[in-house]
Each structure stands twice: as structure tokens, then as C-alpha cells.
Design a protein around this ligand. Structure first.
Ligand code: SAH
Length: 382
């Protein structure tokens, strides 16, 4: 279990709260170092060195940063920290999926899920504590405490899982050709929260995830999933260049208004028009649509045909997600037969339509099952 560093008390008993460098932008790190270094050039060099120690080597102690002179290391240690999140609970599913419950500094809780597969590993991260969208079939929506996560907490999820999975040691060995370090190949913002309602912190965290000589993720391996915050779709797509997934779940507004209440603000035609006309997709890029299969709600042949019509002309992939059950819901999963028939119609129209096999169901880690037992608090910041 990771323990967050206690603030240090100096001899005169004043409290020094060290600034955590994880999650700060490159410019913010540079600005902080400028207060300790005499010249801009030196501060810039130090910022690059420290960035690489934090994100390439996973180093948490300034004293180990051997290419930085000793006095400066000690100044760094006096002023800054390199922190991880506190793992409150870790559960491993029979299928190898790992669910982490993190306890944040204000005691709120978030969940992050690691999904290992044969040739890839996906980390499903949260962007908010809870979610304000109240999608009627989603467990996370039943949690009332909601706040935006900071970039520190978003990047912290990956850094903490990297520690836990021994990524840094394994990646060192990889350089010697000894082992495969690509434990996490993909990152999806599909945990708790609506990433586009926390755009500035999500943006900053993505820029850290993709920074070279750092975590170095390819934009193509990062997916932002949204219920359809239309005004931010183009901005997110153009600025970040990562993949966009849309939680569609219904093919006509009457049903989608209930499943995804955000639809009342930005209905299906507005959403699709933005995707088709405003987003300039790159070569071979496509939009992923998430479609939860709910018995007798959205799983008919008519729905499948309507879906094909809606996405006509838009390079798309439709992920069919069999509904994951949670106690207290009235929804049920569509039958296997219905799901297959639905998929067939979409495939016939030329769109890939894989059926997602639920992962980590036994530990409530599958899509839409995340929910931490935090207290009811006032909604704010969203
Ligand atoms: N708010 C964002 C990110 C959440 S991603 C979004 O809506 O895209 C989580 C995905 O799991 C979404 O597609 C969500 O609709 C889906 N989901 C939620 N509850 C589910 C459930 N019980 N079974 C299957 N999928 C679910």
C-alpha cells in the first residue's frame, strides 16, 4: 500500500507543504524550478532532467537523481515531492482484471481498472469522483459525491498502477532485451466521470501522458469516452488528437433521453452532425460508438437498422457492451442471440461491431459497475 507523504514540520514548527510535481505541466515544473535556479537555461535543463526521472524512471526520491548536483537535489527535496495515490483496496478478478480503489487526500474515493489481454493491457481511468450525468443504467451515476479530479490525480492513477505492476523495473530490463515492459499499452477515460466536463484537467493529464522523454503514450492509444458534450468534441479532438468514443446507447431521442439524460441538451442529430461535419478525422481514424445492450430497450432489429443509418458516411466502429448488472437496477442484459443478430446487421452494413466480453465482473470492475462508497456531498465544480 502506498502512503502519501506527511507534510514536514520544520524546527520552528512551521508547516511546509511540499508541492507535488506529478501532474504539473512542463511549463509549471519549469516555472517552479526557475525560483531555485539562477538562469533560464539551467532551469530548463533541470526541468527536463526531473521530468525524465519522474516519468521515464519512476523515481520518487530527489536524492537518487544522480545527474543533478547534490546541493540542488537537497533544495528540491526541501520544496517538492513526487507522490503516488493511496491504494485503499486492490481486487483481482478471476480473469486477471485488477480493480484499484484509491483514497484521495480529501478522503474521496475513485476506482481505476487494469485489464490485461494477450497482446495489450488497458488502463481504464477515472476523470471525476462520481458522475453528474445520471445515465439510468450506470452504477457510477448513483454515487452522489461529485468533483473533478486534478491532473495530479489523473496521472497519479497511472503512476501508482505502474508502481504496483513493477513497470519501472521491468522497463529497465527491457532495455537489456530481457523482458516485455508494455504492461499498459492503452489508456481509456472510461472509468468514473465524464471527461469532457473536466476538460482542462483531462487535457493537462493527456499532454503529460503523451509527452516524449516522459510517459510517451501514443495519442492513438488514448481514448476519451464521452456521453456527448457536443461543444467540446471538436476542441478535444483537435487539441489532443486522441481517439474519441461516444456512448450512444440508443438510436432515437425518446429512449436516449432516458438512458443518457445529457441527450436532452444535445440530441442525437446534433451530436452526429458535429461528428460528421466538424471533426476532421485523420486517415484511418474512426469514431468508436459504445452501445450497451439492454433487453427490450434498445436491442431490436429496427434499432440496429436505425443505427446503421445514423452513422452512414462516418468511419465508425460499434462496440456492443452486454449490460453489466448491479444490485438495484431494473435493466437486464439482452440475450446472446439478440446481441449477435444486432451485431450481424451492423457488420453487414460495413462497420466493425465487436461484442465486448465483460471483464472483471466478479469484482464489479466491468463497464458501468464502478462506484465507491463515499458520502453524499454537494455537487460543485462541474
Ligand atoms: N462518461 C463517459 C465515460 C464513462 S465510460 C461516457 O459516458 O462515455 C463508461 C462506459 O460504460 C460508457 O459507455 C457507459 O455508458 C458504459 N456503461 C455504464 N454502465 C454500464 C453497464 N451497467 N453495463 C455496460 N456498460 C455500461
Amino acid at each position: 500500500m502506498q502512503i502519501t507523504k506527511e507534510p514536514k514540520i520544520t524546527l520552528d514548527n512551521s508547516l511546509i507543504v511540499k508541492k507535488n510535481l506529478v501532474g504539473l505541466s512542463k511549463k509549471e515544473v519549469f516555472d517552479l524550478l526557475s525560483s531555485l535556479e539562477s538562469s533560464t537555461k539551467k532551469a530548463s535543463m533541470r526541468a527536463k532532467q526531473i521530468w525524465s526521472w519522474i516519468y521515464c524512471h519512476g523515481e520518487k526520491n530527489f536524492s537518487e537523481m544522480t545527474n543533478i548536483d547534490k546541493n540542488f537535489r537537497s533544495d528540491l527535496d526541501k520544496n517538492f515531492s513526487i507522490e503516488r495515490l493511496n491504494i485503499a483496496k486492490k481486487e483481482t478478478s478471476l480473469d486477471g482484471t485488477i480493480k484499484y480503489l484509491f483514497s484521495l487526500k480529501d478522503d474521496s474515493k475513485i476506482e481505476t481498472v487494469f485489464i490485461p489481454e494477450k497482446k495489450r493491457g488497458t488502463l481504464c481511468i477515472s476523470s471525476q469522483v462520481g458522475c453528474t450525468l445520471n445515465c439510468s443504467f450506470c452504477h457510477t451515476g448513483t454515487q452522489k459525491l461529485v468533483r473533478n479530479l486534478t491532473s495530479e490525480e489523473i496521472v497519479g492513477q497511472l503512476m501508482t498502477v505502474y508502481d504496483d505492476l513493477d513497470h519501472w523495473e521491468k522497463s529497465k530490463k527491457k532495455k537489456d532485451g530481457l523482458s516485455d515492459c508494455d504492461i499498459i499499452t492503452n489508456i481509456v477515460f472510461m472509468g468514473m466521470g465524464e471527461p469532457l466536463l473536466n476538460y482542462s484537467e483531462v487535457r493537462q493529464s493527456v499532454l503529460i501522458l503523451i509527452s516524449d522523454r516522459g510517459l510517451d503514450f501514443s495519442r492513438r492509444r488514448i481514448t476519451i469516452s464521452t456521453a456527448g458534450v457536443v461543444p467540446l468534441l471538436k476542441k478535444a479532438h483537435d487539441e489532443l488528437g486522441c481517439m474519441i468514443a461516444i456512448s450512444l446507447h440508443a438510436t432515437e431521442n425518446k429512449t436516449r433521453d432516458i438512458l443518457v439524460p445529457l441527450n436532452r441538451k444535445w440530441p442525437i442529430d446534433t451530436l452526429i452532425k458535429t461528428l460528421k461535419e466538424d471533426l476532421k478525422l485523420r486517415n484511418s481514424e474512426r469514431i468508436t460508438f459504445e452501445y450497451v445492450m439492454l433487453k427490450n430497450i434498445n436491442d431490436t432489429e429496427i434499432d440496429a437498422k436505425r443505427l446503421v443509418k445514423i452513422i452512414e458516411g462516418l468511419p465508425s466502429k460499434i462496440n456492443l457492451i452486454p449490460f453489466n448488472n448491479w444490485s438495484g437496477t431494473n435493466y437486464e442484459r439482452s440475450t446472446q442471440k439478440k446481441i449477435e443478430e444486432f451485431s450481424k446487421i451492423i457488420k453487414k452494413a460495413g462497420f466493425p461491431s465487436p461484442v465486448r466480453s465483460p471483464r472483471g465482473e466478479d469484482i464489479m470492475a466491468a463497464c458501468g459497475q464502478l462506484r465507491s462508497n463515499t458520502l453524499k456531498k454537494k455537487l460543485h465544480d462541474v
